[in-house]
Design a protein. Structure first.
Length: 138
């Protein structure tokens, strides 16, 4: 069995952003040489997320609005975690959107359903963060 590891690094301009990372994961898959197996992709920071959904700007806009209603950033004083910080809402948004995804690899390709893409969700941006890609298989 083969094992391959790669890190992606992000430093978003905005506090909240969604980035389609599918092409980067597909590149890592090609580099790995694995044709049958599993691909794990996970955010390595507690205020960021990796999730699978459609790559549609309206949906990403709706996510941002929905998440802000669920866990509003302001006022920062509403959160006990924010003593000396201002990112409690980012932790909560990550909890809703998830830490990682696992995608089957079949015939050397990510085995997606219709419209599925892998996205990085940033909820406390403007600083350097990473995503881990771990691929195992034959």
């Amino acid at each position: 069995m083969k094992s391959y590891r790669k890190e992606l690094w992000f430093n978003t301009k905005n506090r909240v952003e969604f980035i389609n990372i599918t092409p980067m994961v597909e590149e890592a898959l090609r580099e790995s040489g694995v044709t049958e197996g599993l691909c794990l992709v996970n955010a390595m920071h507690i205020t960021a997320s990796v999730f699978i959904n459609d790559d549609e700007s309206g949906l990403h806009h709706d996510y941002a609005l929905w998440l802000e209603r669920l866990a509003p950033h302001e006022p920062v004083s509403q959160y006990r975690h924010n003593v000396g910080e201002d990112n409690a809402d980012g932790h909560m948004k990550r909890q809703v959107m998830g830490r990682e995804v696992v995608v089957a690899i079949t015939g050397g390709k990510l085995d997606f359903g219709p419209w599925e893409q892998i996205h990085y969700g940033e909820f406390d941006g403007r600083r350097r963060k990473r995503v881990l890609i771990k691929i195992i298989g034959e």
